[in-house]
Design a protein around this ligand. Structure first.
Ligand SMILES: Nc1ncnc2c1ncn2[C@@H]1O[C@H](COP(=O)(O)OP(=O)(O)OP(=O)(O)O)[C@@H](O)[C@H]1O
Length: 322
């Protein structure tokens, strides 16, 4: 297999505090008055290319808040892959474990956003699906020394699970974001995540219970606790989120500030990235406090168009957040 790795000396490698094993996607975004129906062609008002992929989004949000981060991922040996590596560098994310392959194209996501900020997305994972156990082995020392490891489901699920197990065996805190959701999730994901963080539709798919309100999120969250999760967070868009845990199984609705949403694409990733930041650098905070602050940061992200372009930097946030 043709692939290459950046050559870095030991001295150049800085131990990351947050390490994300996950996806990189080039976002091809069309802005339209409404989402098209099946078989329909409509005119959009704007097109732009952006950086996305749940893993990279989460990593970049964490980095912008000021924590040392590293991404374990694979991109294509193509212009989108080269641009993505430059994007990580620009955002101070370590690329020590970003591989490039000629066997597949950099992952791509075609995104349609309507006037209300709702979206519809098609993903072609490409190089993301070639991230393998060897890549994890290469990053194993960094993983074992990190404070927090974050995984999602835009790479092969068995690789995410292997990363969670590697982190857990070294006492590293794990956040698992089961997105995009699959109904038949390997049950080990529930037991190997310190924090299991999903949105409403993912919670519905995983529990087969409806999630249309904070109360229903609490009910679905209880089903996720039964499956072995330690702490469950279900995000609810403008309603904030619901948290519950084995220690405190009474669901708590943590509402967020009311804002005018312009584009909610990637809000969930902003939330997860912020949570990773707080877990890595503010472990003394209680989960409720971390979640309140993560809600706030994600609510800032929905007020600007784009995915990573909407993620706030530390300097743009109230100092009380830190
Ligand atoms: N309209 C909004 N107003 C305020 N905060 C919001 C809004 N939408 C999202 N958020 C914040 O972002 C978090 C995640 O949102 P949401 O539940 O929509 O994630 P998601 O569905 O995974 O998003 P995406 O798939 O677009 O990344 C919420 O918990 C909340 O903190």
């Amino acid at each position: 297999m043709s692939q290459s790795w950046p050559s870095v000396s030991r001295a150049e490698m800085v131990t990351p505090q947050v390490i994300v094993v996950g996806s990189c996607m080039t976002d091809l975004v069309s802005v339209t008055p409404r989402l098209p129906k099946a078989g329909e062609t409509i005119h959009g008002s704007k097109f732009f290319i952006g950086f996305g992929g749940k893993g990279a989004n989460q990593c970049i949000q964490a980095a912008r808040l000021g924590v040392k981060t590293s991404m374990v991922c694979k991109v294509g040996k193509d212009s989108f892959g080269n641009d993505y590596i430059a994007n990580f560098t620009k955002n101070h994310v370590s690329t020590d474990f970003v591989g490039q392959t000629a066997e597949a194209a950099t992952g791509a996501a075609s995104i349609i956003v309507n006037a209300e900020g709702q979206n519809a997305i098609v993903i072609v994972a490409g190089a993301n699906l070639l991230l393998d156990s060897e890549d994890l082995k290469r990053a194993s020392t960094a993983i074992s020394r990190a404070n927090v490891l974050v995984c999602q489901l835009e790479i092969r699920p068995e690789i995410s699970l292997e990363a969670l197990k590697m982190a857990r065996s070294s006492g590293v805190k794990t956040i698992f974001n089961p997105a995009p959701a699959v109904a038949q999730l390997d049950p080990e994901f529930f037991t190997h995540s310190d924090i299991f963080c999903c949105n409403e539709s993912e919670a519905e798919i995983l529990t087969a219970a409806p999630v249309n309100s904070p109360q229903e999120a609490g009910t679905a969250g209880a089903l996720l606790l039964e499956k072995g999760c330690k702490v469950v967070i279900i995000t609810l868009g403008g309603e904030g989120c619901v948290i519950l845990s084995q220690e405190d199984p009474t669901p708590k609705h943590i509402s967020t500030n009311k804002v005018k949403a312009v584009d909610s694409t990637g809000a969930g990733d902003s939330f997860v990235g912020a949570l990773a930041y707080y877990m890595a650098l503010y472990p003394h905070l209680c989960m409720e406090d971390m979640v309140k602050r993560s809600n706030y940061i994600a609510s800032v992200s929905v007020q600007t168009a784009g995915t990573q372009t909407s993620y706030p930097h530390r300097a743009e946030l109230p100092q009380g957040m830190f």
